[in-house]
Design a protein around this ligand. Structure first.
Ligand SMILES: Nc1ncnc2c1ncn2[C@@H]1O[C@H](COP(=O)(O)OP(=O)(O)OP(=O)(O)O)[C@@H](O)[C@H]1O
Ligand SMILES: O=C(O)C1=C[C@@H](O)[C@@H](O)[C@H](O)C1
Ligand SMILES: [Mg+2]
Length: 173
């Protein structure tokens, strides 16, 4: 592989805390933070919800795979992926040989954390809780397939989740 490598890649469902915990972990480790969702918005000039409605989810997943490919060779800090990035087999393959933390969250707390936000197109339907349940069930094996570390975040404050991440990284966990 050419280029640099992220110290850590963060995956997990919406509301798991990839952005919040990822940013804090980067600060703690003294490395930069990058979020692939933000890369996609910057590269396309479009909001993620608009890409879903105007171009469809398959087009978004292709853009996402390319954005992950690029970030993995450009970024040497903490890299947060989008919640559904693991759905694409190509994206999962890109994660082999990287240190990947899966931030897990259960249905009740995940639904509470994602709330009524309209920023998440896949949870914007009539029954976001049922959608969230189906999403967790379908994706759990995929997060586990790519992860080298799994941390359950239910009832754990973001700074404490960072403690657990750092302990795993430094082998003191
Ligand atoms: N461990 C935690 N405990 C309590 N609240 C949390 C925790 N982690 C994140 N949150 C809160 O949950 C919300 C979602 O967090 P965040 O945006 O970091 O999730 P995400 O995994 O990046 O989601 P997305 O896939 O939509 O980008 C935020 O309001 C954040 O403050
Ligand atoms: O869970 C998902 O499929 C998504 C999560 C977000 O991070 C964004 O990547 C987008 O809203 C899709
Ligand atoms: Mg996020």
């Amino acid at each position: 592989m050419t280029g640099v490598q992220p110290v850590l890649v963060v995956v997990g469902p919406p509301g798991a805390g990839k952005t919040t915990v990822g940013r804090l972990a980067a600060e703690r480790l003294g490395v930069p933070f990058r979020d692939v969702d933000e890369d996609i918005v910057a590269a396309t000039g479009k909001a993620i919800g608009d890409i879903f409605t105007e171009d469809g989810e398959p087009a978004f997943r292709k853009l996402e795979e390319e954005a992950v490919r690029r970030a993995l060779v450009e970024h040497d800090g903490v890299l947060a992926l989008g919640g559904g990035a693991v759905l694409a087999p190509g994206t999962r393959a890109l994660l082999a040989d990287h240190r990947v933390v899966f931030l897990n969250v259960g249905l009740a707390e995940g639904a509470r954390r994602t709330g009524l936000s309209t920023a998440r197109p896949l949870l914007a339907g009539l029954n976001p809780r049922a959608t969230f349940r189906a999403l967790l069930e379908a994706r759990l094996p995929l997060y586990r397939e790519v992860a080298t570390i799994e941390i359950s975040t239910d009832g754990i404050e973001p700074t404490r989740v960072v403690d657990l991440v750092v302990a795993e990284l430094t082998g003191t966990g």
